[in-house]
Design a protein around this ligand. Structure first.
Ligand code: HAM
Length: 432
């Protein structure tokens, strides 16, 4: 039992960096998810839904123990049963876990899935960066060839087009594979060793633990140093070079605008070869990425299974919604109701539920306010909502199985039989 004293202490506010999505904003999210799902299904992606919680070790091994996400941003806890679980900070490791757990390698390859939903990272909340955020994620698992990168980027671009958020630019790089990356890593370490005193405290640690992450730092001093750092593209082995060339050629022929970003490494450890991020090309260059992804051929092995080549990407849905609002792109709303149901008295209130069901089954939108009692209050609301018709249901009408149909513009009324109601409304509104 909560005591009275404790009750008054509750601060009625969503946790920092998280927020409620109310109806006006919800339509934006709905529009993004609906359009994204439609495009993805067209290209053969199937839905998947993994739990919000996963074993913490999935992310420490999969995303990488020395990444910011795992080191600083995970919501992890121990359950009453003693399990170590984390709220998912991203969707790729959970989807690969699911692929391996369900033996999806026995299905025709590649397995192509999409997933939408919340991710959680304990970041410093600021514009475009929240602690709970929504992603729309695509994964192509079991495809070693560049076509996987090209499909992923093509689908993302089409989603941006559908949402009227074009033009976009794809920042792209290759970070090589296990053959060629060690030599690059050595060169990188040599470069930074000579400049170690100029690095920020975080980067001093990154230098020891995970030097590739040095290229990911957003501190001014470190950004300057990055300019002179060796570039992976000069260290790629011939097969990585060939792979990257094919990706770029395919993007060229698909008219997808990209920009080579020789220091792009991304903040997750599972990537190999192609990495990319997508930005609005109307931004000032300092804006956050709208989407990011890449190839992750070693993730399955890191999780303790065989090598399974894979590519994927995730869009930051909150950032897309923010951009839509800034650009005043209002999503098309579903069919808006033009009929308002008014009920007077208790019997009519209950009968209203039957009428709402009749409309629902006929796919006719309907407005009503069952909680209101007075005729005037309900009529006022109907005209405020600019309804074409009001249906008035009183005690008399309930007894006679009829209803009054009022034309809100002319004020004329007629009594009609309930069994004819849906057909009459359909005709009047010329729906169907
Ligand atoms: P990510 O770059 O960490 O990649 O996240 C993808 C997108 O999620 C970002 O481009 C951004 O739009 C959005 N995002 C990330 N963090 C936040 C935040 N704190 N607030 C708002 N939006 C955010 C991944 O998560 C990879 N799993 C993508 C992937 C899929 N790679 C392969 N397959």
């Amino acid at each position: 039992m909560v005591s009275k004293k404790e009750k008054t202490k509750i601060v009625l506010q969503a946790p920092r960096g998280m927020h409620d999505i109310l109806a006006d904003e919800y339509i934006f999210y709905q529009s993004v998810f609906e359009k994204a799902e439609k495009v993805a299904s067209y290209y053969g992606f199937q839905p998947i839904q993994t739990p919000l919680l996963e074993k913490t070790e999935l992310f420490t091994s999969g995303v990488g123990a020395a990444t910011d996400i795992v080191e600083k941003q995970m919501y992890s806890f121990r359950t009453r049963g003693g399990d170590h679980l984390s709220l998912r900070p991203e969707l790729t490791a959970p989807i690969m876990r699911s692929y391996l757990e369900h033996g999806m390698h026995t299905l025709p390859q590649p397995v192509m899935v999409w997933q939408g939903g919340s991710c959680f990272r304990h970041e410093n909340p600021q514009k475009g960066r929240t602690r709970e955020f929504q992603q729309f994620d695509l994964e192509i698992i079991g495809e070693p060839k560049p076509i996987a990168e090209v499909i992923t980027i093509r689908v993302l671009k089409s989603i941006f087009e559908e949402l009227n958020l074009s033009p976009i630019v794809v920042h792209i790089n290759s970070i090589g594979d296990k053959e060629c990356r060690p030599a690059y890593r050595r060169e990188l370490v040599n470069y930074y060793r000579k400049r170690i005193n100029q690095l920020c405290p975080d980067c001093k640690r990154r230098f020891r633990e995970n030097p590739l992450r040095l290229l990911d730092c957003k501190e001014e001093k470190c950004l300057e140093l990055k300019q002179g750092a060796p570039q992976m593209v000069n260290y790629l082995c011939s097969s990585c070079k060939q792979h990257f060339r094919e990706v770029l050629e395919a993007l060229d022929s698909a008219d997808i605008f990209y920009s080579l970003d020789n220091h792009l490494v991304r903040g997750l450890d599972y990537y190999s070869r192609t990495v990319f991020e997508i930005f609005s090309s109307e931004g000032d260059g300092n804006t956050d990425a709208l989407a990011g992804g890449g190839r992750y051929d070693y993730l399955a092995k890191i999780l303790g299974k065989r090598d399974v080549p894979a590519v994927g990407a995730a869009m930051g849905v909150n950032r897309l919604v923010q951009l839509m609002i800034e650009k005043k792109i209002i999503p098309k709303q579903r069919k808006q109701p033009k009929v308002f149901l008014i009920q007077l008295g208790n019997a009519a209130k209950y009968k209203s539920l039957e009428i709402i069901e009749m409309f629902r089954r006929a796919h006719l939108p309907l407005n009503q306010s069952i909680s209101k009692d007075s005729l005037r209050g309900q009529l006022n609301l109907a005209s405020k909502l600019d309804m074409a018709y009001a249906l008035i249901l009183g005690q008399q009408e309930v007894l006679k199985n009829s209803i009054i149909l009022r034309d809100m513009r002319s004020g004329t009324q007629e009594t009609i039989n309930l069994k004819d109601l849906v057909e009459i409304i359909k005709k009047k509104l010329s729906y169907d």
